[in-house]
Design a binder for this molecule. Sequence first.
Ligand code: GLN
Ligand code: ZN
Length: 768
Amino acid sequence: MALAHSLGFPRIGRDRELKKALEAYWKGELDEAGLRAVGRQLRADHWQLQQDAGIELLPVGDFAWYDQVLSHSLMFGVVPERFRTAEGRVTLDTLFAMARGVSGACCGNAGTQAQEMTKWFDSNYHYLVPEFSRDQQFRLSWEQLFEEVAEARALGHAVKPVLIGPLTYLWLGKVRGAAAETEGFDKLELLERLLPVYGEVLGRLAALGVEWVQIDEPILGLDLPAEWKNAFERAYNLLQQPLPKKLLTTYFAGLEDNLGLAANLPVDGLHIDLVRAPEQYPTILDRLPAYKVLSLGVVNGRNVWRCDLEQALDVLRHAHERLGARLWVAPSCSLLHSPVDLEREDQLDDELQGWLAFAVQKCAEVATLARALNQPDAPEVQAARAASRAVQQARARSPRIHNPHVQQRLAAVTPADSRRASPFAARIAQQRARLDLPAFPTTTIGSFPQTAAIRLARQAYRLGKLSETDYVEAMQAEIRHALSVQEKLGLDVLVHGEAERNDMVEYFAEQLDGYAFTRFGWVQSYGSRCVKPAVIVGDLSRPQAMTVAWSRYAQSLTDKPMKGMLTGPVTMLMWSFPREDVSREVQARQLALAIRDEVADLEAAGIGIVQIDEAAFREGLPLRRAAWQHYLDWAVDAFRLCSSGVADATQIHTHMCYSEFNDVIEAIAAMDADVITIETSRSQMELLEAFEAFEYPNEIGPGVYDIHSPRVPSVAEMVALIEKAAERIPAERLWVNPDCGLKTRGWPETLAALGNMVAAARQLRDKA
Ligand code: GLN
Ligand code: ZN
């Protein structure tokens, strides 16, 4: 009998109950007992939902108060010194302090800085980076996992606790401490000290009568250094014991060169992600020892589409013949990355509703697939398969998906469409003549503070409480305000301020054909924060201009150059749920053509500078190096396709809010934006090194102040930073701007910081 199991369930709740409870607790409106009760209820509900859907082994340990990596840090006693209290007790408040920091009271207390947060592999989930010291000791310090196992047991469930494996846990962490202390220290040296705690955890679980544990080692999908590969064997040899049995799980990428290693570790089963890396099957069958369970992840845990059951069954049936009861059926990865329950949606049309599946529905799909192997003739199985076939057929033919105009236009694109008319040197000469900007031109990244008034107006308009005319007038008033501020400050290239935008992707998605929106499709991003990505349903196109009226209005108020503001194709794609029936590349190109039209319309409206933000450009990089070039090729081309339709004298900017460019600098240069603005202030301009070494030819605006904090840097500080930048990039190619948009800031610090920024640029001009 093939078994249906799941790797993890979203913890946030179908109505984001956990988010609400956490935020109430942080505000002091809910006490700890209240918060714990909400958590307990969510866990009980989620186990029940999964069980009702037909999942036979339920995950435990997938619930976390903030983040599952952080839970492991607590479990292993990896609590940095600064979060330790005098009594040394680790509490829920220790956990939240590590996650969120503690703000300083008054009087010289600097507060306690939170742990660093970063992206979980190539997903949009963020985890808290474990902080190790060189002399790190590990000690079982947090009972949550055992308590939750007992809790699930008490509810009568068959459970499979979920652990992050020791190698992945170490890989995700960072050694902190004084340079002298950490230099030359390899965190892999901590493994020997860490393993006994894993042994202890497994022993405790065995004592609780747990038969199987799931051990996640997603780093097996990465390019691993030889020492790490060797460490896998060592570690799992040491962790050998008869019970609990171990299912080693890998996801987000194929095992490739790690396949033999993963297949042969002394564990009892292996899970592979066949959604991301279908080519792993059937190769895996030849490599897997005959005693092991093989779990096949065939239901996509990272997207919202209903599974094509027939396609999944083709593989599963073959595997079942070979493996029998040793075959397990699963989602590709934890369902943490899926919205919770499609049943919650009350405003989707029937057609679209029929195409989608969220976590609850995905569990049912997994169960149906297992059942289809075990009892192929069961009427429910027959009905589910017939429904799946009908959906796939209807979708394949639906005009909602296929837009012949878009497809024809895409087919007619030629390489020339992705090339500006002239090389940069010729373009910049024309742009300089047209724009007549001073040295060290000053600008901002686009957004100004999104005040409560702006949000209220937008909300009222959405709810129909504010008429279109009144809404437009309210937004125009914001534009007038943003412009008068910028003129008074003396900025050189102005922006309209983006008051009308809720979000840099959703705003455009709502105006494109081919997108759909859910009401409750929330996915945890970090802690209590959730995102609700738009869904790319079909071929994408732009029925009409999206931003031109606002930019034209703004330009009419000033003689200074106005910068139009768009989101680029790669970022649009990366922050949406994509289609699965066409490649990412095709979707990016469709988006690029839509944006290209907008760029052309802005140009025609007299806007001489257009910025196309690609905040998510780097995020799109595949996990394996060997796949990078293919991605970079199409991603760069998508940007060029959207930006190359303009005259030489029209200046194209792009913006990326990070600064690791070393390994992608060639691609960044190939994008051929006339100006790129990047985040650099916190790194003291050191991150311009990549641009210097590459002899990056175009203009650059390295951020001169960090917008993530309300701190107002002094004029002298910014002068010093720009001078540092000028050591690496010729001064005539430097722009002066903040690190990113200002939407999360308040007006007072924005005015003060921009005032100092303009003064800094002026000082430098005077010096020159
Ligand atoms: N133009 C956007 C803004 O200023 C850019 C945001 C971003 O890069 N994340 O808000
Ligand atoms: Zn940014």
